[in-house]
Design a protein around this ligand. Structure first.
Ligand SMILES: [Zn+2]
Ligand SMILES: [Zn+2]
Length: 362
């Protein structure tokens, strides 16, 4: 059922997709697009895939036919490879028409990175949720600044060794490098909004926990949802606590959002995620994610008969050994699980005279 439309110069072999996985998810497309080509997943809905120079090495972005032009959903990182891929896509698929609007699901650089660049090129307005737009504007201003004392004491409290603290200092402000300057005004997306794109109605469904106010675009009429990072088939989205809000409980937000999406979307909905490939059986995927986090919290609780630091509980949540490079991610996720257990009254946190937090079963 896939309809691959390759650029004349794109001569790489299409990449095969595993059709069904062992968890009951169905991947209806046999191929995924190579950079510079698109696959039409529904009439007027094009799937493009951009390469990214990082561990998560790709992002899916979408073109939606929109009257006399095309709307873009998500944009990839602000770097040359993605700009080149967009230029190729514009030349090949827009057919002289323009980009009408830029929709961004959430604030992360792989999604918002080139929104400003595409917007400037076509004079196309940006559509985002308010919290994510404002937080993105805030985070880009960190670039070029020193790591703040609040951040250093947050990670010391979690039990970071010195080399991990140094890594945090070194990486602080990196967010802004992946993001082209944003427009100074935007159009707000809110949960429940109905937006007409190319004669179809797309409903905004907000999810929380991975980003503060993540917008998915759901088209019930075509049984499609562009899900950003809120619904991913193979990888679990990062759900983390950060130094700006040490007592946040993003994991409960995330679980609540999974429940909402599980009950809202028919299992037959074709999910168009930002990473991995389009799939069906969202009901199962949402339940598996909820179960996975609950199981993680159960294992964590079993480790807390004796007080432990946040960095001591990694084995409850991660199968691989955590090294300096991913200490921040692993700690953020561990704290998300610990804060959720605190909110549920199952864990207590006490700060020692050395400024290090200890967590124990309540
Ligand atoms: Zn994200
Ligand atoms: Zn992403």
């Amino acid at each position: 059922m896939s309809d691959a439309v390759d650029l004349p110069e794109a001569n790489a072999e299409p990449l095969p997709v595993r059709v069904r996985d062992d968890r009951g998810l169905i991947y209806p497309f046999e191929e995924k697009p190579v950079p510079g080509s698109a696959i039409e997943v529904a009439p007027g809905v094009l799937w493009l895939r951009m390469k990214m120079p990082m561990q998560l090495d790709h992002i899916n972005v979408w073109l939606l036919e929109d009257g006399d032009g095309w709307a873009v959903v998500d944009t990839s990182l602000n770097e040359q490879g993605s700009k080149d891929a967009w230029e190729a896509a514009f030349a090949h698929y827009l057919g002289g028409r323009k980009v009408t609007r830029v929709f961004v699901t959430h604030l992360h650089p792989d999604h918002v990175g080139l929104a400003g660049w595409i917007g400037e090129k076509f004079d196309a307005p940006l559509h985002m949720t308010r919290t994510d737009y404002l937080m993105c504007r805030m985070l880009v201003t960190d670039t070029g600044k020193e790591a703040p004392e609040e951040g250093l004491s947050f990670y010391r409290a979690a039990g970071f060794p010195k080399d991990a603290i140094d890594k945090y200092r070194e990486r602080f402000g990196g967010f802004g490098f992946g993001v082209y300057r944003l427009p100074q005004a935007y159009h707000r997306l809110q949960d429940g909004d109905e937006i007409s794109i190319g004669g179809r109605t797309w409903r905004v469904v907000v999810g929380r926990g991975h980003a503060p106010e993540h917008a998915c675009l759901w088209c019930p009429e075509e049984s499609l949802i562009i899900s950003g990072d809120q619904i991913l088939p193979r990888i679990s989205s990062n759900v983390s606590v950060f130094p700006t809000e040490p007592d946040a409980n993003p994991l409960q937000d995330w679980i609540d959002s999974c429940l909402k999406l599980r009950d809202l979307l028919p299992a037959s909905t074709l999910v168009l995620p930002a990473h991995n490939e389009p799939f069906r059986n969202v009901t199962k995927r949402m339940q598996d994610l909820i179960d996975g986090h609950e199981e993680g919290m159960g294992k964590l609780l079993a480790m807390l008969d004796e007080p432990r630091r946040a960095v001591d509980v990694f084995p409850a949540l991660f199968r691989t050994r955590i090294t300096g490079g991913n200490y921040i991610m692993a700690t953020g996720e561990s704290l998300a699980h610990l804060n959720c257990l605190i909110a549920r009254g199952q864990v207590v946190r006490t700060r020692g005279a050395d400024g290090i937090d200890l967590y124990a079963r309540a």
